[in-house]
Design a binder for this molecule. Sequence first.
Ligand SMILES: [Fe+2]
Ligand SMILES: [Fe+2]
Length: 464
Amino acid sequence: MTTPTPAPILDPLTVLRGLGSLRKLAGSYPAGHPMIGQKLKELEDVIAGLLQASNPIRIDVIRGDVFLDGVASSSENQANQQLLSQLSALGIDSIHIVEGVQRDELLAVAEFLWQYTESGESMSAQLAARNVQHISLGRLLPLDTRWRAPQWADAPTGPLDPDYAESLTMAQKTWEDTASGKPLDVVTVRDLVQMLIYKVARSNAALGQILAVKQYENLTYAHSVNVAMLSLLLGKQVGLDEATLAALVEAALLHDVGKTQIPLDIVRKPGALDKAERRMIEAHTTLGAEILIQTEGLHPLTPTVALEHHRGVKGTGYPDLGEAIPHPMSQIVSVADIYEAITGARTYQAPTPPERACLIMARMAGEKLNTGLVKKFVNAITFFPVGSLVRTNRNELGLVVQTNHREPLHPVLALVDEETYKPAGQVDTSERESSGGYARHITQSLPAPDGLDLREFLEPARAA
Ligand SMILES: [Fe+2]
Ligand SMILES: [Fe+2]
């Protein structure tokens, strides 16, 4: 078995709804009332199910949408809006629950929500006073000190693969020119497509830098280059011919070009968006398609992909195009787009490691993403893609330099000297001991520290 089994779709809204009704009950009935007991039991069951899929449970309300582990809930129920605005009126847009949570704590949180009024004391101190240790409530942004909103860089920093670095520079110029109202430079776009296909795709270091966790907020041109590369990877995996791959890379490169028409502070805004701002963000699809239709010399599917890349395979998402199913090329770009977004940083969220991103995408398969494409993508990159930094059960630090497609959880590692961050030999974690068991397992994946130069591990000849 090489792909994760998609987990059943777990809806974080059930937790919010449960807490909402428990809050009302706690305000209206004494603690031992059977209705409270019943609600507590229901909520406990839902939480136990969610905790099995992921611990901790991270439920965040961002821009009016509910996210479980950074993934938007699939429910689109208007009734939820009332609940969400109640929570936001209480100043809560984030609930984290860790394993070991007790029934008493759920009740204490519900009572707290009922009685809570802004006071000098922080929310976490008030919960601690009620003996709540496994649940935390908070605001996502800056009002809550629990959530430090880190300032991420705009693009990759540190030593990059030279071709990747050059393609980023070209993309940045194209992006900025378009933002300043100049027509899209088709010649540069074409050069960039060739460069990505024939140079960047051949560099392991570049692929590593794109696939691994990205410690920067990649909202604009770097995101576009990365999505183009990931789409290319997936396009190759599904066996597209060369001409189609070139069209795919072009479309992926330009899928978000409409964002050049939207004020950057709205594109970046991490907190709640009002309706007008939300409509503006969503318009990047139609705005992009318009720019691309007006540009001569592009592949005819390029505007289509820009228009459709936020639409799900069941016809949901935006813009509203009725029940139309997105073109297969748009579906490929959607998969790449989501992986890129999840593994990159956002103001409100640290980047997610690849193995977790794969699981998150598996949950989206069938509803939002094409299941076959998600499987192929996960197969292509594997849980621990080239460029990932991991720790083994022998407490070795290693960088994935080669994946074993038959054994996606056991890649080949270049060991990393923890003091110097230099290569210290290679091990194949798929090797077995005489007992038949694996000699090594990966126990953790880690963000790469500043001093580690991926190129020394993946392209030693070029890094020298
Ligand atoms: Fe987009
Ligand atoms: Fe995108």
